[in-house]
Write a protein that binds this ligand. Structure first.
Ligand code: HEC
Length: 102
């Protein structure tokens, strides 16, 4: 019986871990102040970004707005340089793309 409880605890711990990499959480932590899902905020909405960029482009922009803004057609960049790890980058770019067509 004890083993089953341990197993349940273990699975619970895993699901909490997985939850941390939820794209929505990354969004709320790092992007929400300047981007909203569907409405224009300080920066363009995620649905607009999703309609014209690929996953690689989104990640490249988040990794380094300064080296990407010209090729994206901006005259200057005011987006903060963020330091996301690979898992966060993956989660946030999927989250941005999920807003496509909304
Ligand atoms: C300080 C405000 C700010 C924060 C924080 C911020 N952004 Fe931005 N972002 C902007 C602005 C303003 C632009 C428009 C171009 C520029 O200034 O770089 C932009 C542009 C972008 C673009 C390119 C838009 C295009 O034309 O395709 C992407 C992609 C992007 N942001 C994603 C994100 C993601 C994802 C996060 C969170 C991890 C984030 N940004 C956090 C302000 C911000």
């Amino acid at each position: 019986m004890k083993k089953i409880y341990l197993l349940i605890l273990f699975l619970l711990a895993i699901s909490i871990q997985a939850d941390k990499l939820d794209g929505k959480k990354v969004f709320e932590t790092y992007c929400w102040g300047c981007h909203h899902q569907t409405a224009m905020a300080f920066g363009p909405s995620f649905s607009e970004i999703a309609s014209k960029r690929t996953k690689d482009e989104i990640q490249a922009y988040v990794i380094s707005p300064k080296s990407m803004y010209k090729s994206f057609g901006y005259k200057r960049t005011v987006m903060t340089q963020l330091h996301l790890n690979d898992d966060e980058l993956d989660a946030i770019s999927n989250y941005v793309l999920k807003q496509k067509g909304k």
